[in-house]
Write a protein that binds this ligand. Structure first.
Ligand SMILES: C[S@@+](CC[C@H](N)C(=O)[O-])C[C@H]1O[C@@H](n2cnc3c(N)ncnc32)[C@H](O)[C@@H]1O
Length: 237
């Protein structure tokens, strides 16, 4: 298995891919990522007036979907350490959904710049697989959530069935990397496969969440097991 890259390398990758990130996401998932992101938002049961957090917000897709649910009085904070991604998030908000209350914060999700018990709900899309210290990230999420809050963490998932695993490997190698190559970003996208191999499986994610303090953690494979959502809660059901 390849070693975990440095945080600064990951930051550099996401700054470099920022200009094409949204287009590639849309093409490579055939628009399906919007459905998966909506599912993640639904799982945290956001209410009007809530203060939500979207971790590793990138260009702000998931933050926007969450913000739509907490309006009119609520707000969502998107946090990411890529200034290039945040610039796009801010521009998209100003040009496409200025009516939503969103705040963009440049910061490290391993050391969140927020007080304990600040947020009513949190989402994270394709972020946990990319952080260099997953237990620390889960502890930080636990710390900043209010006592009865939930978080939903969407990411790639390695399917159980052999033929789906083969399909996923083929897709990442033969579709994602060549498409990225077209944009001059081969290395940046070739990074997905090793990051997925290193990513803890569902039961391990649940164990790490419980160790971080969550009272309840459930891992849901979705999209024919190609993706999953880890739903964590600070209170028992
Ligand atoms: C694959 S993108 C996901 C963006 C967005 N959530 C989405 O679903 O489209 C991963 C994001 O995580 C951010 N990221 C990775 N590690 C981070 C860290 N330690 N702190 C803050 N952001 C981080 C990257 O800058 C990048 O924008």
């Amino acid at each position: 298995m390849s070693p975990t890259p440095l945080s600064s390398d990951i930051q550099a990758i996401f700054n470099r891919i920022a200009p094409v990130y949204d287009d590639l996401n849309q093409w490579l998932s055939l628009g399906q990522h919007q459905i998966w992101k909506r599912m993640a938002v639904k799982w945290v049961n956001p209410q009007p007036g809530d203060v939500g957090l979207d971790l590793c917000c990138g260009s702000g897709d998931l933050a926007r979907l969450l913000a739509q649910q907490v309006q009119p009085q609520g707000k969502v904070v998107g946090v990411d350490f890529s200034s290039a991604q945040l610039a796009i998030a801010h521009h998209r908000q100003m040009t496409q959904y200025a009516h939503l209350t969103l705040e963009w914060v440049e910061g490290d999700v391993l050391n969140l710049p927020f007080e304990a018990a600040t947020f009513d709900c949190a989402t994270m899309g394709y972020g946990l697989r990319n952080v260099t210290d997953i237990p620390r990230c889960l502890q930080e999420i636990y710390r900043v959530l209010k006592p009865n809050a939930r978080a939903a963490i969407l990411d790639f998932h390695q399917p159980q069935q052999a033929w789906m695993q083969t399909f996923q490997k083929w897709y990442l190698r033969s579709v994602v990397v060549p498409v990225a190559q077209h944009y001059g970003l081969t290395d940046e996208y070739a990074y997905i496969t090793p990051s997925l191999e290193r990513f803890p499986r569902g039961s391990e994610q649940v164990k790490l969440a419980v160790e971080a303090g969550f009272k309840q953690a459930t891992h849901y494979p979705i999209a024919a097991e190609l993706m999953s959502v880890l739903v964590v809660s600070k209170v028992s059901p």
